[in-house]
Design a protein around this ligand. Sequence first.
Ligand SMILES: [Ca+2]
Ligand SMILES: [Ca+2]
Ligand SMILES: [Ca+2]
Length: 241
Amino acid sequence: MFRASLAGIVAVLVLSQVNPAYAANLVTNPGFESQVSTLGSWPSGYGYWQGDYSAIVTTENGVAPQGGSQMLNFIYSASAQPDDHTASELIQLIDISAYHDLILTGQATATGSVYFNRVLGDSQTDTQFAVRLLAMSGVPADFPVPDYGLWVLTFSESSIESDGNPATWEQASVQLQLPANTDYLAILIWARENVFNDTTGVEFDGHYADSASVEIIPEPATMSLLAVGLGAVFMRKRRKG
Ligand SMILES: [Ca+2]
Ligand SMILES: [Ca+2]
Ligand SMILES: [Ca+2]
């Protein structure tokens, strides 16, 4: 019994050595330390942020970056100017071809998270932020904006109510079991005008995001099955030896 569990532990250790890419952050420019393209809505390729009008800023309005020296500042709910839309959105498409074999098994889980923060503001200051992780089929060039429903296999979304304390960052997290035919991922992050929908002038009083992360991990069930399998092999070898 002791040997069997020891073998399991060894198998897990071996597994983590075999594929060190598990739990790697797949987001490019996750901490907004380099420039973001804000022209247009949906990106046409992998590995960069695009969406509504935003800016990369250093500490301002009493808000310091969650990590590094810069962070994202949500500005407009459209790509060029204030608009009657009720959210400022940024999108990144993520190449997951390195995980093709794992995803084909239907046993891959993607996790996503982003930190949000805002100024205290006043009675009209918006308070809601959200993150959405989407499993997509096809390639980015297929994408028929705005009818993306055709290419979305499934998605998971989490919205949070931020506090009025600019010294604290609030984290929003999602988990998504990936269908076996998932070709790539998309992460969407929002600041939402849930309190007051300005249509001109300043839409957000000082709303920020930082330190985005997307990881792909084998589901715990798969992990233990693999561990049991490798453990069995390990025990057999020990007996033979
Ligand atoms: Ca940062
Ligand atoms: Ca806060
Ligand atoms: Ca507003």
